[in-house]
Design a protein around this ligand. Structure first.
Ligand code: PHE
Length: 340
């Protein structure tokens, strides 16, 4: 067998392979499923053990030399060889797999979190399946509050105390129960609401929640932090305004708008003629919420805010239909190529 292999090595290295077609035939004859290499492997297995070392080496050499020959033909440019008789260029590399993209929601979430991390906030996450306490009762929702209604909340059939969280404010409660102030947290996550899917609403979306508790935290701290965020995210000239609002867990509460502009028809349409766009809800953490979590509300105060990632992403990229985020249409996602 040894001599046979040496003869074959010589044969392979002198063989004439004029084009890609010949190379392919050669490949099939040697490396194909019924090729000569297969027979040699069988013979090798039956060879006496003491010869195996040398034979193995020769076999490897032969295989390497075959692969090299094929490679040298197929890697030549199409101009030199490789035009198949059909006129197609068989040596062209296959199409290959396209590079994927970061999802626009991930891009924006990462950016928002980054801005708050640079201000000293730390990321924290909580469970998507929650109990009534962390989503509602611990956040000062009255017993009869409409947000608890079957219309809005997905409950777990077998245990009505369990539900899919409707907001990331539940993570606030968990953190306040487990840790002593000071705390400065940014809490991203998925939330669920029992709503009909449309271009503006979905039964699943993403929020980013912020919470800062310490001695002497004031509404001015909240406002300045949010202004800084808006200017980092939307641009240094960005203006914000705060409108009074209501949330059971904050007092006072506000909604924050950014000034978008009123120059074009599109501006008018997306700002409903006002020039302003709402981006988040916020307020000073209600003392009832601090006390319920075991935090002394005479010593500590804090602020909280929560924003919708889809909404902010739609603003930033002028996306008109929320459903685009969840359809995984490559034509939509490809537009975010290179975004990190
Ligand atoms: N949880 C509120 C919502 O989902 C947003 C919010 C968070 C408001 C924190 C105030 C403070 O609408």
């Amino acid at each position: 067998m040894r001599d046979q292999l040496i003869a074959l090595l010589a044969e392979v290295s002198t063989l004439d392979l004029p084009d890609a077609e010949a190379a392919e035939a050669f490949r099939i004859a040697w490396l194909g499923r019924k090729g000569r290499m297969k027979d040699l492997m069988v013979a090798f297995k039956e060879a006496p053990n003491e010869e195996k070392r040398e034979l193995g080496k020769l076999l490897n050499e032969l295989k390497g030399s075959i692969e090299e020959r094929i490679e040298s033909v197929t890697s030549q440019g199409p101009g030199q060889s490789g035009s198949g008789s059909s006129g197609e260029d068989l040596t062209r590399p296959a199409g290959g797999l396209g590079i994927g993209t970061h999802h626009p929601l991930s891009v924006v979430r990462r950016e928002i979190i980054g801005i708050f991390e640079r201000m000293g906030f730390v990321v924290s996450e909580g469970p998507e399946i929650e109990d009534d306490w962390h989503v509602f009762s611990g956040l000062n929702f009255p017993e009869e509050h409409p947000a608890r209604d079957m219309q809005d909340t997905f409950f777990v059939d077998r245990n009505p105390d369990l539900l899919l969280r409707t907001h990331t404010s539940s993570v606030q409660v968990r953190e306040m129960e487990q840790h002593e102030p000071p705390m400065r947290l940014i809490m991203p996550g998925r939330v669920f609401r029992n709503e009909a899917v449309s271009s503006r609403a979905h039964c699943m979306f993403h929020q980013i929640e912020g919470l800062y508790i310490d001695e002497g935290v004031s509404f001015a701290d909240l406002k300045q932090t949010l202004l800084l965020f808006a200017q980092e995210f939307f641009g240094p000239e960005t203006r914000i305004r705060l409108r009074p609002s209501y949330f059971p867990f904050t007092e006072p509460s506000a909604e924050v708008d950014v000034y978008w502009g009123l120059e074009t028809e599109v501006d008018k349409r997306i700002t409903k003629g006002t020039g302003w766009l709402e981006i988040l809800g916020c307020g000073m953490v209600d003392p009832n919420v601090l006390e319920a979590a075991g935090i002394d509300s005479r010593k500590y105060s804090g602020y909280a805010f929560g924003m919708g990632v889809e909404r902010i992403t739609m603003l930033r990229y002028q996306i008109g239909d929320l459903r685009a985020f969840f359809e995984n249409d490559a034509r939509f996602l490809d537009q975010f190529k290179g975004q990190y």
